[in-house]
Design a protein. Sequence first.
Length: 104
Amino acid sequence: MFKALADPTRRLLLDALFVRGGRTLGDLESVVTEHTEMTRFGVSKHLRLLEQAGLVVTQRSGREKLHYLNPVPIRLIHNRWIDKFTEHHTTALTELKHQLEEQQ
């Protein structure tokens, strides 16, 4: 998953899906081509990697394949890696707040 998140184009695709899910390959291609020169095949390749990482899920709607952001893996990373590093700071600030309020 970290490899999938490392690429700026893939992060751009995830940002676009965050704003509005249910996008087709054509929709996502137009978003990417605003920022970089990339072919439809290149966008498709990035989407496939995001799907393999579990960050994007798809649903068929007739002839169209709709892409949606799957926020669960990102949340799990947040809970596992970020929360444990910020918990100490948050606890310290809360304790400081209580001490300052008691002094007043």
